[in-house]
Each structure stands twice: as structure tokens, then as C-alpha cells.
Design a protein around this ligand. Structure first.
Ligand SMILES: [Zn+2]
Length: 213
């Protein structure tokens, strides 16, 4: 059975998930490598991790990428629409964190319809722009698992659209699309993992987005 652990260690960091399938991966990198690595080591030798998949380029999801790539030797995948953001303080919003965006190598790009075959789980790449131009979600259809990045959060919350590349109309369309999925467990880019009537929570996000955006 595939296990998912939230391994980000710093309270204010973006969520980093370790997906323990035949081919172990990380979903997002966060910005604090050391506490994350410490948590990863509780479950697995970091060098066993094969891929780091970023939901989007923002610094709180990508800042630790170079250090985690070095510690794991994993390949890094990012949306084809955001490879140009790497190392750029504006588009990664590193400036909002008082940080400078690190350079790192992107080993492969993600686009709509791709499937990441981890062994038991097949993660479908859904392009869900709005919070940023190249935001993606990952969906496991059999287990009804959604890694929602910063597109939707629990309890009807939504990603900000007031940063570089944000687009309110696109965010509403992306959330609308997510309401068409059947989701049992959501692993969001911030806040807590939830399995509590997730479809309803995403419906609430859609209503909220439509009312405020
Ligand atoms: Zn973000």
C-alpha cells in the first residue's frame, strides 16, 4: 500500500510530501531543506527518492529544490510553462520571502495529460493555472487522491491570484475542473491533509472563488 508522509519540517514552509510507492517521489520541495531531510530520513534513505515533482515554481515550494536534489540525486520535474521562472526572484516570488531564488536544473517538464507511473499509483498531471501560470495538480484516479498545490486548500480556501502570473478567471476555471473529480483525500500545498468530504470542500472553494474574484 502506498503511504504518503508530510515531510516538510518548518511550520511556515510549503508542504512537502513523500510518496512511498515502488518509485518514491517528493511532491514539492519547500524552502527549508534541512528539517525536511530530517523528516524524510525517518521513513526512507533520501537517495532512494527518484523524482521531485513541483506543483509550481513559487519559492515556498521550490526554494529547497537544489539542496534536496543534491541530497537525493532525484530528477526534478516542473511545468513546461514555468521552467523560465527558475532563478528569478519575481516569478518565483522569492522576494516575498526576503530570499533570492536559487538556480537549479529542470530534468523534465510536466504538461496536461502526462501520467507519472510510480508503480501502484499513476499520477495524472492536470494543468490548473490561476494561482500561477503553470500550476499543476496531481490526481490518482483509483485511490481518488489529489495533490492540489496552491490551487485549492481545505475548508473552501483558494490560492492567491495577486502575484506574478496569477489570473482570477483561470483560477475559477481550474477549480471548476477540480469539482468534476471524485476526491477522497486532498494533499494541499499549505494547511493540513484532509479526507473529510473533500468533494464538498472543493465545491466550497469554487463558490468562494466565484464570490470574491
Ligand atoms: Zn504558490
Amino acid at each position: 500500500m502506498v503511504k504518503v508522509h508530510k515531510v516538510s519540517g518548518a511550520a511556515y514552509d510549503g508542504n512537502v510530501y513523500l510518496v512511498m510507492d515502488e518509485h518514491p517521489i517528493l511532491v514539492d520541495a519547500g524552502m527549508m531543506a534541512e528539517p525536511t531531510l530530517k523528516n524524510i530520513r525517518k521513513y526512507i534513505d533520501p537517495t532512494k527518492i527518484e523524482m521531485i515533482v513541483l506543483t509550481h515554481c513559487h519559492h515556498d515550494h521550490s526554494g529547497a529544490a537544489p539542496k534536496l536534489m543534491e541530497a537525493t540525486g532525484a530528477r526534478l520535474l516542473l511545468s513546461a510553462k514555468e521552467t523560465g521562472c527558475v532563478g528569478d526572484d519575481l516569478t518565483t516570488v522569492a522576494y516575498l520571502f526576503g530570499a533570492s531564488a536559487p538556480e537549479f536544473k529542470v530534468d523534465g517538464t510536466l504538461s496536461e495529460g502526462m501520467v507519472l507511473d510510480l508503480g501502484e499509483w499513476k499520477l495524472e498531471v492536470l494543468e490548473t493555472p490561476g494561482h500561477s501560470a503553470g500550476c499543476i495538480c496531481l490526481y490518482e484516479r483509483n485511490e481518488k487522491v489529489l495533490f492540489s498545490g496552491d490551487t485549492v486548500f481545505p475548508d473552501g480556501n483558494i490560492g492567491r491570484t495577486d502575484m506574478y502570473g496569477g489570473d482570477t478567471k483561470e483560477l475559477i476555471n481550474s477549480i471548476q475542473r477540480l469539482t468534476g473529480l471524485d476526491v477522497k483525500t486532498m494533499y494541499p500545498g499549505h494547511m493540513e491533509i484532509t479526507s473529510n468530504d473533500v468533494n464538498r470542500q472543493i465545491q466550497m472553494s469554487l463558490r468562494f472563488a466565484k464570490s470574491v474574484l
